[in-house]
Structures are given as C-alpha cells and as structure tokens.
Design a protein around this ligand. Structure first.
Ligand SMILES: Nc1ncnc2c1ncn2[C@@H]1O[C@H](COP(=O)(O)OC(=O)[C@@H](N)CCS)[C@@H](O)[C@H]1O
Length: 921
C-alpha cells in the first residue's frame, strides 16, 4: 500500500480521534496510525523509527496535554493564562525550528506518522475562528509545514468528510458535549453526562505549584528515586552516612509481655526501625530479655526451677511472641551472658577509678518470714511523696518519683504480705551529684538537636531540677552480675545499673565489632524506646554511667517514651487474668498485623490510652476493611477484570495530577511524622491516602467508563461490522459512502476508546497508589504489605520510602491475583473475647488489708475521699474516658479495701456514680 493511501485513512483516523473529542488525548490513535503505516515506518529505515517514536512521545506527553488545556481554558473561561501561553510558545518554537531544518516532514524527506499525528493535534490552533491566530503567527516555518500537509489530498479529504472545514466553534461545541469531567481554571468542576465525575465526592484542594511538582516527579522517576541498600550481616556504621542505632527496653523474663509492654517498647522500636530501613538509612535494631534481679529469683522459686531455667524458658517465650508479632530485630539477645559481666564490670572499674563510686551503709528491708532482703519491686507501701497507697519499692506509679524502699510508709512484703524490718548493709553508690555537670551538658545539646518525647523531657528535668542524689548500684542478691570490688563480692549489681548495659553486651554478642556502634558518638545516632517508667534510667542513670567512664561512649541522643496503655477500664494484671498477654493475641485467631495496627493506632503518645475490644472491632471493620482493604481490592479488581490484569496506559488529566499532589503531600507528612517518631499520626496519613483513593475511584466511576453508557454499549455491538467495512477503506479504492461509514465507526470507537482509556488512567493511577500504600504500611503491617505486593506483583525496587510519589507499576505491568486483605470481625467474636480476658474481677488488695485496724481505716477513708475528689475533677473537666475510667476503678478498689478493713462485704461496694445512686434508692 503506498504511503499516501495509508495516509488518507490515517488522516481520517487521526482527525477523528484528535478533533472530535478534541484536546482529549489517547495514545490509541497513535498506535492505530502506527499500525496502518507500519510498513512505511519500520522497514529498512534504521534510526527513523526512533526519531518518529520520540516525536510521538513528545506529542503525547507535551503537545497534546498543552492543546487540551488551551482548548478547555478557552472554552470554559474565554481566555488562556499567561503561563499556558508561555508554555505553548515554547512548544511551537520547537516545532518551528524542526520544520525549518526539514523542508518536507518533521522526520526527514517524507511525511511520517509523526507529521500526521502532530498536524492533527495542532488543528485547533489553525482552524477557522481560532482564538490562537496571534500566537501562531510568529512561527512561519511551522505555518508553511501545516499548510503543506493540509493541502495534501488525504488531509483535506479527511477534514471534509468528517467536519467540513473545521472551525473552533465546532471544537468548543464538541468539548462542551464531552462526557468527560474537566475543571475550569477558576477551579469550578464541570460535568456533563453519565461519565462525569461525581461532584458530591470532593477532595481537598492543592496549589498549582504542588500539582506541578507532583506531576514533574511522576514524569521523571528515574532521576529521583534511590535504590534500597541490601541488609548486611553484621550491620556496621558507615562513613559519610547516617547510622541509626535503635534499642527497645529489655523486657523482664518473669512474665509474658502484655499488650502494653509490646507497644511500649518492642513494637514502637520495630516500626521506627522498619521505617529507617525503608528510608535507606544504615540501621541496627537490638533488644533482648532483661534476666537478672529478684523478679527472676522469685519466679524461679514459684516454679521450683533455677533462675537460669526461668531465663531460658522466658527468653524462648518472648522470642516466640515477638516473632509472631513480626518484630524484626537485627538481633534479640539476653543479659545473662559473659559479655554482660565483662562490660558491666569494666564500666564499674572505670567509674571507680575516676572517683564516681561512693561506699555507704544502707538500711534495707528484710522480710523475716521469707528470710531475705526485699528487692524494691517486692515491697509495696504508701508513697512518701504523694501518699499513693500502692507505691512500689523503687518508684511510685502515681507521682512517678523514685523511692528508696525504706522510705515507704507501711511497707509490706509483696510475697507474704507481712511487714518487713530494716537491716543495715554496706553498699556501693554512683556519685550522681558529681556526674551531673557532665550529664547537664550532654542533655543540653541533645534536647536541642535530638528527639526526646515531651514526657521524657519533663521527667528528666524534674530529676535534674531537684539535684541528683547518690544512687545505690549494688544489691544483696545472688542472681545478677557480680560486683568485682573486694569487700562487696557477695553482692550483685542493681538490675537498673545492669539492664541498659545489656544493650551494649547484646550488641557485643551480635558482632565482635560492637565498639563501632557503641564507642562512636560522632557517627552513630542512638534512639531508645520505652514507656514512661523507664525514662530516668535511660536519660539520667545510664548516661551518667557511661559519661563517668570518660570513654567516648555513644550516649542517648533520642528517647521516645510512651505513656501507659491500659486495658479497658483498668490495668493489665496477669495474676487477675485481666488483659491480653503475649500468646493470647495469637490464640484469638486475629492476624498479628491487625493487632499491630490497633496498638499503633492507640499508641499512648501524649497520654495514657486504653485497649478496648469494641473500638478494636470498629477500627478493624471501618479503617482496615472498609477503607484500606476496600480501596486496594477495588483498584486491583478493576485491573484484573477489565484490563486483563495489565496496568493500562495512564494519560493524566488535571484532576489526576491534583490527586498526585494530594498523595505526595500526605506522603511527606507521613515521612515527617515517622522521622519524628509520631507513629500514631503516620497511620492516619496512610488512611488518608487510602481515603483519597476511594474518593477518587468513587468520583470517577471507572466501572461506568469501562463499560460505556447504554447508547455506547448498543453501538459497540455494531462496531465490529463497521470496523470490517472500515478496513476496506485502507485496501481498496475508497468510495465516499465507505469513508463516511469508516469515519462514523471510528468516531464511535474513538468515544468508547477514550472512555476506556480514561478508565485505564484512573485504574492505573489507583493501582500505583495501592503500590505506594503497600510500602507505607510496611512498618506497621509487614505481612499485609507483602500480600499487597504479591497481588500487585510489585517490583522489589518499590520498597523504598521517597518523598516523591512516582509510578512503580508501568503500563503493561501484569499484576497478580487480587483477594480481600482483611476479614470482618463479628460483634459476637468480640463479646466472647471480652469475657475471656475480663479476669476474675477480684479486688486485688482485699486480702492484704488488716480488718479492724483504726490506722488502716483512717488512711483508707482519706484515700477514698481524695480519689473521689480526683474522679469528680476529671469528670468536671470532661477528661477522656481513658483517664476517667482507671480513676473510677481505683476508687472502687479503695472502697473495697475500706469495706474489708471495716469488716464489711467488699462485694456490695460501688464506685458511687449515677447508676449506683439509683440502686440505693
Ligand atoms: N502499660 C504499659 N504500657 C506501655 N508500656 C508499658 C506498660 N507497662 C510496661 N511498659 C513498658 O514495657 C517495657 C518492658 O517492661 P518490663 O517491666 O518487662 O521491663 C522493664 O521495665 C525493664 N526490664 C527495662 C530494662 S531496659 C518497658 O519499657 C516498660 O516501660
């Protein structure tokens, strides 16, 4: 077939596709042009194909979108902006130069498919009544080229057959009749037919600048996206890089961790570590079990085994639980190791030789019934500072102050409840007052440049403000790191001197090059994760320990401390069976990622929060199932069902680019939140992006576009017949009627293809948002992330968090098989879990209250009155349920203790709220 025969139909084809739905670009017309002209563009012409491709690419990505914007702007507002005009002139200049250099066609001595496609695109600028005459008048070579093609028989014939001599009025009418949504430059949304955007679904607005930047990033991904590093073993600090050392507080081995422990330390640190890795930062995350101390000894006694056996058993149990929760440590160790003894003793010797160790006599509590000195955690009594009656021997849970156990009022042995006696013993103290200047200057710098949660700053400052006191670091126990100093060798180090050194010894068990992390403060950034009760040990005592050695230790630069997670309206209590502990979560059958999600959603970042089964159901069914899961499944199902599992071409319109900008904005907020350890907010960013995705799909209804309107569906049935007739045009002599039929066929086909192409863009963009979400959810829900990526068949290279949103699934990429990501949780399931973990409901302190003791009665009456005032205050200040409910539970508990002390039945006691009053009547 001679080129001009092909060009004839080609012009008709291209004019149809370009001009009737003028300004609305769809690459399919190029493909058809190429198909028709295949022989003339690819055979024996070497580099010409590449040149043509380049022009076609330029037309599709630059010229056509520009003309589209011009026509839309002109149609909706009657003018074009200065920016648009400048951009247009840039493109026209490029064409003018090229037509000056090539006197016939753009690509050489003959007319090619590129000439025809570009010529068709330019029609709105050259047609009758065009408002752009002045703009094009300055480009003489371009004008000559345009007229040359126009005078060629196929072009003029095609124009005549389709629209007569095209005028801009017709283009305008054609545009106004377009079923596609478009937005005028004044921002008002315009819709016309059933293919229109559902304007009741609105997305927030973004600026021109944000849209432009997001579009530029989308269009040039390779310039901006880094490649994720491989995870080496061992991971060591690298020169010229940010080296992130993350520690989670080391959980005690005397118990199974509860949900509070999990969110308070290992899970929070895990999310941050995963985020850092996805940011391509050189990251090491270590943790392990804290195995020394009385807690272990007591547990061993209870279970009739040795302390080492307890440690082994619980270390295994913790390992198993964290594995189930998908906590991705680089190394999970323990403190009962040789490295721990060596490092703890070496640090002690340095402190000793530097003059930071004092010797003193101490009074200690000894339980004569149990025949042992009582470690701080094994004695309870009234706080000497705030009079809280259940203060622990080491710290008051109410006012947070550290306590010397002998200062507790009315102490009682936790084991047997009898009153311990005070005995004198010789001990070693760290001279914290002498170390305070070193600590002050370390903290001054790191408070300014590092990340310290606000509670950690407040707690630390309250310690410093009162001036540090010498702190005892030895204990009369057997199970611990031995004190090496002569005269004290029958003692062990206090667990809180020992435990943070565990971070170092655990790293030493991971790599013999551990000093690169721990004696390298200029290259390493240290992040400690814990809950509020651990703060003073990490911000005061441990830093003083390290600074006092005068070695160049890596000392805390960043400290993230949560408040407490409570359980429903009270505290977790293993002994009372209240709350969800380690393996319980697994046994519910609810996937680990859903637990992770909910714990992180609740993360007590600024105040205590409470796990609630009802809320758990709500967040799973609304946020995970209806929002995130629904969006991803919808996007993937469309690709699968309507585009044969292949990502369609994406030709972005204004609203798509705005969506890019919105997603990019939220992505950047996400990065900022996670980088600043605001993990709760990061989840909300993910859910917002997914919500945008749902709204976008809802607004654009690709399911309508892909199937067509009823009229289009009817026409589709006839299209094959017409198409067969149309193909005749190409091969045989062309009678006028056949040309008309051909053109009509192509017009209809063009509309359908355009709608389908539009649906393709929407779905392709949605699939790419799903891919982005698969990466963003990874720190929070690693298994869900994997599942999404399998369903998307996403390239492994997508696993990086970058501040620009770029396409990872390119047109033609084949996705895998979609399936639902989350399951609905039924209310009946939640009800039975609620019952299961509600505990035995026994007032915990009943047995420990002596009956009829006037001092106890008067103390409890006072405490009940104070707690009653506290509850009233919280209620009158309309505090959150999570604050009020624990206070009420406390009041109830106190009243029950009082009832017991008065010889009454504690079971009849109520907290005294409105409902209770009614009952009394
Ligand atoms: N209710 C709670 N909410 C949040 N975080 C909590 C809660 N209770 C405790 N924690 C934190 O959990 C970890 C581990 O606590 P554990 O008592 O097992 O261990 C220790 O405190 C020490 N062994 C740490 C030595 S480094 C801890 O961060 C608590 O703050």
């Amino acid at each position: 077939m001679p080129v001009w025969a092909a060009s004839y139909s080609l012009c008709a084809n291209a004019v149809t596709c370009r001009c009737l739905p003028v300004g609305l670009q769809y690459k399919i017309s190029q493909d058809r042009c190429r198909y028709i002209l295949e022989d003339h563009t690819s055979t024996g012409q070497g580099g010409l194909t590449t040149v043509i491709d380049e022009w076609l690419e330029w037309e599709a990505t630059q010229l056509q979108p520009m003309i589209q914007k011009l026509c839309m702007s002109q149609t909706s507002t009657g003018k074009v902006t200065q920016n648009l005009e400048t951009e247009l002139k840039r493109l026209l200049s490029h064409l003018d130069n090229s037509t000056r250099n090539n006197p016939i066609g753009l690509t050489g001595s003959d007319i090619s498919v590129a000439d025809i496609v570009i010529w068709c695109s330019l029609l709105p600028l050259f047609c009758h009544e065009t408002p752009f005459t002045d703009v094009v008048s300055g480009y003489s070579h371009l004008q000559e080229w345009f007229q040359r093609i126009r005078q060629m028989a196929p072009a003029s014939a095609a124009l005549k057959q389709l629209k007569g001599d095209l005028s801009f009025r017709e283009i305008k009418m054609s545009l106004q009749a377009q079923p596609l949504f478009y937005q005028s430059s004044d921002g008002t949304k315009q819709t016309t037919t059933s293919h229109a955007v559902d304007s009741s679904v609105t997305l927030p607005s973004v600026s021109e600048e944000e849209t432009r930047k997001a579009e530029a990033a989308w269009n040039s991904p390779s310039d901006t996206v880094p490649i994720l590093r491989r995870r080496e073993v061992p991971i060591l600090p690298k020169d010229g890089e940010r080296n992130i050392l993350i520690t989670s507080a080391l959980p005690y081995v005397n118990n199974e961790p509860h949900l509070g422990n999990i969110i308070g330390c290992v899970l929070s640190a895990d999310v941050f570590a995963r985020f850092c890795r996805l940011r391509n930062l050189n990251t090491l995350y270590v943790c392990g079990t804290d195995e020394y101390g009385t807690a272990t000894e007591t547990k061993a006694m209870e279970e009739g085994v040795t302390p080492q056996e307890i440690c082994d058993k619980y270390n295994r149990l913790h390992t198993e639980i964290y594995k189930w929760f998908n906590i991705n440590f680089d190394y999970f160790g323990r403190t009962t190791t040789q490295a721990q003894t060596e490092i703890a003793q070496e640090i002690f010797w340095k402190l000793y030789h530097n003059g930071y160790i004092l010797k003193d006599r101490v009074e200690q509590l000894q339980c004569e019934k149990c025949n042992r000195f009582l470690a701080d955690r094994f004695v309870e009594g009234i706080c000497p500072f705030c009079m809280y009656e259940d203060a622990r021997g080491d710290q008051c849970d109410k006012c947070g102050k550290l306590i010397n156990a002998v200062e507790l009022k009315e102490p009682r042995c936790k084991q047997c409840n009898s009153r311990p006696v005070i005995k004198t013993s010789h001990h070693l103290f760290m001279d914290l007052p002498k170390l305070q200047p070193l600590l002050d200057s370390h903290l001054a710098e790191n408070f300014e440049h590092g990340l310290f949660s606000s509670n950690s700053k407040i707690i630390t400052k309250s310690w410093l403000r009162d001036g540090l006191k010498p702190r005892c670091i030895s204990r009369d126990l057997k199970w611990g790191t031995p004190v090496p100093l002569e005269g004290y060798t029958d003692k062990v180090f206090y667990v809180w001197y020992d435990a943070p050194i565990g971070y170092i010894s655990i790293t030493a068990n991971y790599t013999d090059q551990w000093k690169q992390w721990w004696l390298n403060p200029n290259k390493v950034e240290l992040f400690n994760f814990m809950a509020k009760d651990n703060v003073p040990f990490h911000s005061v005592i441990f830093p003083c320990t390290l600074l006092g050695t005068k070695d160049n230790w890596t000392v805390v630069n960043n400290l993230s401390a949560t408040e407490y997670l409570n359980y429903e309206d009270g505290k977790f209590s293993k002994s009372r069976g209240v709350g969800v502990f380690g393996r319980d979560a697994k046994n519910t059958g609810i996937p680990a990622d859903v637990w992770r999600f909910y714990l992180l959603y609740l993360r007590p970042e600024s105040q205590d929060s409470a796990f609630s089964w009802d809320d758990f159901l709500l967040k799973n069914n609304s946020e995970l199932l209806n929002n995130l899961g629904n969006f991803i499944n919808r996007a993937l199902m469309f690709v699968s069902n309507n585009f044969a599992s292949s990502i369609p071409d994406m030709v972005l319109q204004r609203e798509d680019k705005e969506l890019l900008a919105l997603v990019t904005k939220e992505l950047n907020l996400y990065i900022d939140n996670l980088a600043n350890i605001r993990l709760r907010d990061g989840i909300r960013n993910i859910l917002t992006i997914s919500r945008y995705g749902n709204q976008y799909i809802q607004a654009h209804k690709p399911w309508v576009k892909v199937k067509g309107t009823e009229i289009e569906k009817e026409r589709t049935k006839r299209i094959n017949v017409l198409n067969s007739a149309a193909m005749l045009v190409v091969y045989v002599d062309v009678p006028d009627d056949a040309t008309k039929t051909f053109c009509h066929s192509l017009t209809t086909l063009g509309t359908i293809i355009r709608h389908r192409a539009r649906a393709g863009t929407i779905v392709g963009l949605a699939a790419n948002i799903a891919c982005l979400l698969s990466v963003l959810v990874q720190p929070y829900m690693p298994e869900v992330s994997k599942t999404i990526q399998t369903q998307l068949n996403a390239p492994p290279s997508c696993n990086i968090i970058h501040h620009e949103f770029v396409p990872q699934l390119l047109p033609g990429h084949r996705i895998g098989k979609p399936s639902p990501l989350f399951q609905k949780i039924e209310p009946s399931t939640i009800e039975s879990l609620k019952q299961k973990f509600a505990g035995k409901q026994l007032p915990s302190k009943k047995t420990s209250v002596p009956v009829g003791d006037p001092n106890t009665i008067s103390r409890l009456e006072k405490a009940v009155a104070e707690q009653g005032n506290e509850v009233r205050r919280l209620k009158s200040e309309k505090k959150d349920k999570s604050e009020i409910e624990p206070a009420i539970a406390k009041l109830l508990d106190l009243k029950q203790q009082l009832a017991t002390a008065q010889g009454c039945d504690p079971g009849t006691v109520t907290s005294g709220g409105k409902k209770d009053k009614k009952k009394k009547k």
